[in-house]
Design a protein around this ligand. Sequence first.
Ligand SMILES: Nc1ncnc2c1ncn2[C@@H]1O[C@H](COP(=O)(O)OP(=O)(O)O)[C@@H](O)[C@H]1O
Ligand SMILES: CC(=O)N[C@@H](CCC(=O)OP(=O)(O)O)C(=O)O
Length: 289
Amino acid sequence: MSLTPHDTARILVEALPYIRQWAGKSVVVKLGGAAIDRDSDLALAQDVLLLRSVGVRCVLVHGGGPQVDAMLRRVGKEPEFKDGLRVTDAETLEIVRMVLVGKINRDLVATINGQAGDHPVAVGVSGEDAGLLTVTPRDPALGFVGDVTAVRAELLHRLLDDGLTPVVSTVGANPDGQPFNVNADEAARAIAVAMEAEKIVYLTAVPGLLEDPRDESTLVQRLTSTDLRGRLSHESIGKGMIPKLRACADAVDQGVGFAHIIDGRVHHSLLIELLTDHGVGTMVTRDAA
Ligand SMILES: Nc1ncnc2c1ncn2[C@@H]1O[C@H](COP(=O)(O)OP(=O)(O)O)[C@@H](O)[C@H]1O
Ligand SMILES: CC(=O)N[C@@H](CCC(=O)OP(=O)(O)O)C(=O)O
């Protein structure tokens, strides 16, 4: 079915109130490794560029857990996790940096700039760059895994002020310059809070939080951070979801207006979330005061 010019005009006009609502606001989008795929990345690049062109200050933060797993196996190392965090020895850290900073970040920057015509805007940054993400070691049993203690949000705001779109890899460093692996859900939360973002959107490979992870019709559409915290220990919530849910609850409790978990496999889900009244996925809000 093709759209008439009038249909197209109507769609654009319907987006107007949403464009007004989000123009000038910061939105952190976290792309999970589970949702990274050539076709959906292309659609995401278009969404990010469209949002930017109507004044939304979009920062793209990416993960890449499954891609790191694949590379580790290629070099004969079995991935190991404790409580959802990767046990990261020196060799694993090197592979994490190669895959996140050297491969996934480059690919996303190329995909966005490839859609941007004569005006490439995507800039890749690692959390190690200019002290963007300062970290402190988490637990000696995890090796080089860090918790974010500070974010130089002004660096991201400066890039956005210049019309550029930051694409962030979540490797941080301690004050001695030693790199550390950081969970990408948690790093995106820290970035959103430090930027005073209005929204954080997690793009992953499920429609959102599911009451029953095997049944996509059990989507939880909306809940508060308190409700969410109450569910964290529930047996229906499996490994990958736990850091994402905790990050959503922390984000809204620490000042981010809304946190969303949406399906990154569905093309243009980001645009649908921001510029239409079709809520997609799970929305987390603060408790009413
Ligand atoms: N209750 C649940 N609802 C939705 N997804 C769940 C749930 N419990 C576990 N999961 C799993 O969590 C995964 C998302 O986490 P993860 O694989 O780490 O994604 P990402 O790479 O996007 O961070 C989903 O693909 C799903 O398999
Ligand atoms: C410490 C830790 O576990 N770091 C993660 C960083 C990547 C990540 O979080 O990627 P996803 O968003 O795709 O899960 C890892 O090494 O897998």
